[in-house]
Design a protein around this ligand. Sequence first.
Ligand code: 5GP
Length: 322
Amino acid sequence: GGQRESKVRVRAHFDYNPETDPYIPCKEAGLAFQRGDILHIVSQDDAYWWQARKESERTARAGLIPSRALQERRIIHERSQMETNDADSKKNDDFDREMIATYEEVAKLYPRPGVYRPVVLIGAPGVGRNELRRRLVARDPEKFRSPVPYTTRPIRTGEVAGREYIFVARDKMEADIAAGKFIEHGEYKGHLYGTSGESVKSIVNAGCVCVLSPHYQAIKALRTVQTKPFIIHIKPPEFDVLKKSRTESRAKSTFDESNARGFTDDEFNDMLKSAERIDFLYGHFFDEVIMNDDLLTAFEQLMNVVQRLENEPLWAPAAWVQ
Ligand code: 5GP
């Protein structure tokens, strides 16, 4: 004995099953895990096979898992196979996924009184992330706040500058985007829209919970040590449940106003496809997943998650923990 266990914890960014791994020297010694699992790396002595146990099974014996180096090699190999097989199946934002590591080192991030991590709701359009954000702010506007977005479109009657949007000239907004002042931005019907990093910071500095519901591509810009976001995937339920729940809530007219005209089957299918794609690209970044099969239940779950965020130490990238 005498050998000390390493203290390293990682979040797995891929699923692993030793039963189907042709390389593992002994399948019985392997440890199966899923993407998102927190693993305690007990030993990194071997270059190819680490010993680990799941953080959720702390009394279990350690098992073999591929080392970072081995898994990286495997991914590079699989990708080269894929590229030769069907070269044009590669979509633009698959690049995001290529960037990801195999394991991400994590540590417990302790809540600090009066300083709240921004809550970021990610989801396919129509699943209800904006509605959940609005409800959170409506429940306690002193505590939960969303930044006022910027836009280059003209102000409409009934709107107040600084309330619905901060209205700016296009060349000014383009320059600010180029200078990296926006955590996310997009174009809609010829006008720019976006959320500034400064507005997120000022909400956090005011001691409030900043609630965001950006396009999923904003994850990359948001997931920094400065922002320390808590990222939640708002997922749709399976087709039948999705369709039923949206039809019923429409009848009661309590659901998202954007659903006033209702959804077609094609749109439900698009939602499901989009949710799957979001999970494929960013699943390893989600701190929590909430299924929005019923708006009120999903909202209660969201409130519980936010409560935990305030009271419990939670796993976060090790670099965020000083
Ligand atoms: P409207 O001009 O009708 O107020 O909004 C048009 C579109 O702009 C909506 O689909 C809305 O989701 C989008 N939008 C509003 N704020 C933002 C923002 O901060 N960022 C992005 N990317 N889109 C926004």
